[in-house]
Write a protein that binds this ligand. Sequence first.
Ligand code: FNR
Length: 379
Amino acid sequence: NELYGAGLRGVLPKVPVDFATLEARATAAMPRYVLDYVQGGCGDEHTQRWNAEAFRHWGMVPRMLVDTATRDLTTELFGLALPSPIFMAPIGVTGICTQDGHGDIAAAQASAATGVPLMLSTLSNDPMEAVAKACGDTPAFFQLYTPKDTALAESLVSRAEAAGYKAIVVTLDTWVTGWRPRDLNSGNFPQLRGHVLANYFSDPVFGKLLGHAVADDPAAAVGLWARLFGKVLTWDDLAWLRGATKLPIVLKGICHPDDAARAADAGVDAIYCSNHGGRQANGGVAAIDMLPGVVAAAGDVPVLFDSGVRSGSDVVKALAMGARAVGVGRPYLYGLALGGADGAAHVLRSILAEADLMMAVNGWPTLEAVRAAGAARQG
Ligand code: FNR
């Protein structure tokens, strides 16, 4: 209503409402190294392209004569009532997208404004405690890249718990960075370009391991971060993690149904089907094509999804295919780049507005109705 109403009054949105225009506008506005980092992926990036294109192979069939005058987009996750079924996927070095370098605070403000939860990356440029505050009443989740040093990993987890994050999301597919030609060819490693790795640099255990203040020798701090980044996790490590936190545990990066079944058996609180937006392994199948198998194998365990979500229609399809909540990644970064917190909030609202309209015109008043409608593979 807000968007259509403004359009009728001749007021155009500052940030485009669709992904193609949004990406084109952001591409023109972002410095090259930022664009390479945000838009780039692994190898020749065909997995990344498939992620988005594969949504076009799934279709849904509308129902008529159903009262959809009001729609209910609320969902539940870990006992939390969420106003909508989307969240902001974890993105490291988000500060690269904003003028002031505080992209995580801006993302948190967008979260507070929209009620869309933020999953904060370990590699945020703002300390997790400050980001949690900026999220206001909207719940937030903490994404863990598990450092090799166990005491440091436990410190990050316990800080997240103390700061009020509502779940620990462990990313499994990134103990080492994937083959990213754009960054390799340009020598562009955004993590190392002066963006403060705030969660590490503010951590007391990290400070002890460094042996002196981060400010005294920032290069040594970055070097230590790089040496500590990325423990190779195995199924055996889940017991350690369970003992390290009372928070719900989510495993991010599950695509194989057997892994989903094993994760469910291991008692995790949610399974996050994702291939990291094609940034880690090129040659993988589109994540959306793996979602139905993961959902079937997960049984009662809720499944989160991301990779290739570009619109409200993609969100609704992923929900129809069994996701409990759907992560928005690159689109909100483009929103941040074009309009800071307001730009990111606008992108999230546009996606939700399209999802809501999809439900209105297709005869699905609730998310249960969406799920019952299902999606069929075309061609
Ligand atoms: C990511 N992603 C990511 N995931 C994660 O667990 N921790 C992180 O720090 C990051 N960092 C990151 C940076 C950038 C620039 C991007 C684009 C992505 C992956 C992210 O959570 C999500 O899986 C993808 O963004 C989904 O793909 P699309 O839909 O954005 O293409």
